[in-house]
Design a protein around this ligand. Structure first.
Ligand SMILES: [Zn+2]
Length: 138
């Protein structure tokens, strides 16, 4: 059920359900790899996103980043957990882990879920232990 020291909490399955529903809106005509993500703040606000591909592959944006960027644009921060859903257990890419590091504590719980019901829970710091950092100047 969990790995890397992560544990499940009440509400996790609700978050996975929202990520799964959002996954239906993925735009993935090239890879057919559909992913949904839903991130929740400590206050309980949930924002979701799906992957959006582009014919120029490098412009594709993952579900995790779409969810985080929408939340940040809505003024949200203080994230405590993100759920990511795909056909098989998804592995967030390095770009998404770096973006999560920008806005989340190393203890952020990352729920990895397959459409068939498999689950893993990890901490952000386990998935990206030594992220790139710059000193903020504001
Ligand atoms: Zn990614």
């Amino acid at each position: 059920m969990s790995s890397n020291g992560g544990t499940t909490s009440p509400g996790d399955e609700d978050l996975v359900r929202i990520a799964s529903l959002t996954r239906q809106r993925a735009y993935a005509p090239y890879s057919q790899y559909r992913v949904g993500a839903a991130i929740r703040t400590r206050r309980g606000k949930v924002t979701a996103g799906a992957n959006v591909e582009n014919a120029s592959y490098g412009l594709t944006v993952c579900a995790e980043r779409n969810a985080v960027f929408q939340a940040v644009n809505a003024g949200e921060k203080g994230f405590e957990v993100i759920a990511v859903v795909a056909d098989d257990l998804p592995r967030p890419c390095g770009a998404c882990l770096q973006v999560l590091t920008e806005f989340c504590e190393p203890e952020l719980r990352v729920i990895l879920a397959s459409a068939a019901g498999a689950r893993e829970v990890a901490r952000l710091a386990d998935l990206l232990p030594r992220p790139f950092k710059l000193e903020q100047r504001d």
